[in-house]
Design a protein around this ligand. Structure first.
Ligand SMILES: [Zn+2]
Length: 255
């Protein structure tokens, strides 16, 4: 009996890359990737696509470099896909489990260049690589439906299940549902993201520049949606500076 319980506990656990943190995860990869695909398609159906070649080519170039590196280093086996959404007022980006990425055009004034975009996308991809959405779903009441029931409810477009699953996977800001990534998950995505961008050949020191721009931008106003539950920018910059030597070593090893 005891052995069976230990085996079940082992089955219900995954490990985050880079940090090695063990996490409760009751959702299989196949289910979570299908949920990610559903959420991606549902968001895209509502969105106006940005077809500006300068935006599309930039996002695809950065996403591909990070995705290739993620596959080589962490082997998630994702079917990567990238879309740019024409929404200049929204400072946001996300990556669903399964590798479906969306970038909102409102983020470009803050990312400024390829490195800045790499900081944001490496962070968002890291949420997916580290199973943060699955971890959140595992703690949500949706798990009462079971994996198959949950998938069926989202595929049928049932509003409650669709919104909660989307929010758990990182669409909370868009959907207006409170189910944010935890601070621990945010810090972990920062840490993994630094290593990921460095291994992809982007100088991780530019993450400090980006978050300083973000700090200046959000002074005196509401933080942008995707930052509202993130660690304070000051704390995040301090944490990133502490992790920079490890990321710089990965960057130098890449060259
Ligand atoms: Zn985040």
């Amino acid at each position: 009996m005891k052995l069976i319980l230990i085996m079940l506990a082992a089955l219900a656990c995954t490990t985050a890359p880079v940090t090695g943190r063990k996490q409760l995860n009751l959702v299989g990869d196949s289910t979570i990737n299908q949920l990610g695909m559903q959420s991606y398609q549902q968001e895209l159906a509502k969105a106006k696509l940005d077809t500006n070649p300068a935006h599309v080519e930039l996002v695809q170039r950065v996403a591909k470099r990070l995705a290739d590196t993620a596959e080589a280093q962490f082997h998630p086996g994702y079917q990567w896909q990238t879309t740019v959404i024409d929404d200049p007022k929204t400072v946001n980006a996300w990556c669903m489990p399964g590798g479906k990425i969306a970038v909102y055009s409102g983020i470009f004034p803050l990312t400024q260049d390829e490195n800045g975009l790499a900081v944001v996308l490496a962070h968002e991809i890291s949420h997916a690589l580290a199973h943060h959405g699955a971890e959140r779903l595992s703690r949500s009441e949706l798990m009462q439906l079971g994996e198959a029931g949950l998938l069926a409810a989202v595929q049928a477009g049932k509003p409650g299940a669709t919104q909660m699953a989307g929010a758990a996977l990182g669409l909370g800001a868009q959907l207006g549902v409170e189910l944010p990534f935890s601070r621990q998950q945010e810090s972990e995505a920062d840490h993994i993201g630094l290593i990921l961008m460095a291994k992809a050949g982007y100088d991780p020191a530019t993450a400090v520049d980006f978050w300083q721009r973000m700090l200046a931008y959000s002074k005196g106003k509401e933080p942008p949606a995707f930052l509202s539950d993130h660690p304070s920018s000051e704390q995040r910059i301090a944490d990133i500076k502490r992790e920079l030597p490890e990321a710089k070593a990965a960057f130098i090893a890449h060259k």
